[in-house]
Design a protein. Structure first.
Length: 117
């Protein structure tokens, strides 16, 4: 069983930056692939970034590519989402998730990111 705890959310002005962290406990961290998701009010949850277990492969949604960077530190059991050039439309609850197969099995509770214009 893997427990995930996100942190780093908050209020930031448009154009600013934030770094989200997802701390994992339980399980073998390096064997899990991770993803970041976000859900804005009234919208469905959307995948925005993913990283493989070894960290060698990353992927991004078009809406964040070039602005957000996902990374992982297997020594610290932590996955990060560096967000730059933030826009008001990036406002959402951000969650991380982990899997060892095809579907995400473990989810964090999420952290709120609010971008003011």
């Amino acid at each position: 069983q893997v427990q995930l705890v996100e942190s780093g959310g908050g209020l930031v002005q448009a154009g600013g930056s934030l770094r989200l962290s997802c701390a994992a406990s339980g399980g073998s961290f390096s064997s899990y692939a991770f993803g970041w998701f976000r859900q804005a009010p009234g919208k469905e949850r959307a995948s925005i970034a993913a990283i493989t277990g070894g960290g060698g492969t990353t992927s991004y949604a078009d809406s964040v590519r070039g602005r957000f960077t996902i990374s992982r530190d297997n020594a610290k059991n932590t996955v990060y989402l560096q967000m730059t050039s933030l826009k008001p439309e990036d406002t959402a609850v951000y969650s991380c998730a982990a899997h060892t197969g095809r579907q995400y099995e473990y989810w964090g509770q999420g952290t709120q990111v609010t971008v003011s214009s």
